[in-house]
Ligand binder design. Structure first.
Ligand code: ADP
Length: 430
């Protein structure tokens, strides 16, 4: 009978089911193994048997043993050799081995037995009580060391848990600190935004009040220098005439600048609620307003289908007038040609005013929308540098954007968008 058969006989042999400590009994004689089963069957342990040293080694690969009972005299690999091999493997190095022999009364054998790693000896014929009590000691030892291992494992996992909890607490603390920081930063941002809005409002009011209040003294200056010109032209010397002339021109320029500033400030202060605006009508009005310059320059001003969209009619008219006016003013040697068109893209309208004029260098494309930003002298092209700043403000008030695409000598195309989410801004049936 081999060890596997012996295993099959044992009642609690299913791996994973029997949690009792295991004993390995190795003997080439079935009679001896039978005795072992009878004697050790009373203990609270699982007995596995092996019929040879080789079989014993293979059982130790499959199971962990509390104690091994090893017959010294076996054919093939004897007990001493088997023990020596068990001592070489890490997993079995410390498993207690009890040699079972009939011949070990001689000291030579006993000595060799201990050298090969035996912890004890049992002489045959076996005395059941001695066998039981010796094995019991090792089973108890095994139990205790397992209990110790278990306790150590519990201690280690408790420690790991503690470290983990500490880490989490720290992370939670950091998170709390961060969110408090975020709340503080948000609050600071809100306060700053409020302050900025307030100062913006004050600035707008200032621009409005300043330009408005400047009008009265300017009107007086303008009136008096014109009176001076009318009453004294040719009566003083040529120098005085020129100075008076310059004062009249200066006062006129100032009037234009103040008017420009006022209309810039009024984009906010004199705005009207949005209503459906027919851009075709607006275009016609703009053409009528610009009639003098259209006639003077012989400009060709045309349009595509233009939509009806929600906006401030007066402001949209001013926007279009500034763009078309510039397109005529900044013409080149050719006869000015201006074309206004519109196309829908997703939830907005993109409108464009294209001309064949002098064009604008790339580096000025962003700057020309700033207040008082001009690229030419008064002599070359008269103006105040406020027109496009007003355009930008009007477009922004409508929630859109404005930009230019242009190259010097190649004409310009000004684009602006007007959001129209409801899609109500259909092109009217012209
Ligand atoms: P202004 O026309 O009174 O100078 P704007 O704000 O309307 O002021 O325009 C700013 C500048 O942008 C102009 O001085 C001009 O140099 C340039 N600009 C505007 N429109 C055009 C255009 N259609 N073609 C070429 N340059 C233009």
């Amino acid at each position: 009978m081999n060890g596997n058969e012996a295993t099959a006989v044992d009642p609690a042999r299913e791996p994973g089911v029997d949690t009792r400590p295991k004993i390995l009994a190795v003997d080439d004689r079935e009679k001896n193994l039978f005795t072992m089963r009878q004697v050790l069957g009373e203990l609270d342990a699982e007995l596995i048997t092996a019929g040879s040293g080789n079989e014993a080694l293979s059982q130790t690969l499959r199971h962990e043993f509390a104690v091994i009972l090893l017959d010294v005299q076996m054919p093939g690999m004897d007990g001493f050799e088997t023990a020596a091999l068990l001592r070489q493997r890490e997993a079995t190095r410390h498993v207690p081995i009890i040699f079972v022999t009939a011949i070990s009364k001689e000291e030579r054998f006993i000595f060799e037995g201990y050298r090969s790693g035996a912890v004890d000896y049992l002489l045959t014929p076996i005395n059941p009580e001695i066998l039981q009590s010796k094995v019991r000691v090792f089973l108890e030892l095994h139990r205790q060391s397992r209990a110790l291992e278990l306790m150590e494992e519990i201690r280690r996992s408790r420690e790991e848990l503690r470290v983990e909890v500490d880490k989490r607490r720290q992370a939670e603390g950091e998170l709390l600190e961060m969110s408090a920081e975020l709340v503080r930063a948000n609050e600071e941002l809100r306060i700053r935004a409020e302050a900025l809005e307030q100062s913006n409002l004050e600035l707008k009011q200032f621009a409005y009040v300043a330009s408005h209040d400047l009008q009265t003294p300017l009107r007086a200056i303008s009136g008096f220098v014109q009176l001076l010109r009318r009453s004294y032209r040719g009566k003083l010397d040529a120098q005085a005439d020129e100075w008076i002339e310059r004062s009249v021109r200066g006062a006129e320029k100032m009037r234009l600048l103040i008017e420009g500033l006022l209309s810039y400030a009024r984009v906010e202060s004199r705005s009207c609620p949005f209503e459906p605006v027919d851009l075709r009508e607006v275009f016609e009005d703009v053409k009528a307003t610009l009639e003098a310059s259209i006639t003077d320059t012989g400009a060709l001003v045309t349009m595509d289908e233009l939509p009806v969209l929600a906006g401030d009619r007066g402001q949209l008219a001013q926007l279009l007038q500034n763009l078309v006016g510039n397109a005529i003013k900044y013409h080149g040697p050719e006869r000015p040609s201006v074309h206004v068109s519109a196309r829908r893209k997703e939830q907005e309208w993109i409108l464009s005013v294209r001309d064949n004029g002098i064009g604008i260098a790339d580096k000025h494309h962003g700057k020309i929308f700033e207040v008082f930003r001009r690229l030419h002298t008064e002599q070359a092209y008269p103006g105040t540098g406020i027109g496009l700043a007003i355009c930008r403000r009007v477009v922004e008030r409508h929630g859109g954007e404005i930009w230019v695409e242009s190259e010097p000598g190649e004409g310009s195309c000004f684009f602006f968008t007007i959001p129209d989410k409801e899609g109500g801004g259909v092109c009217p049936d012209h």
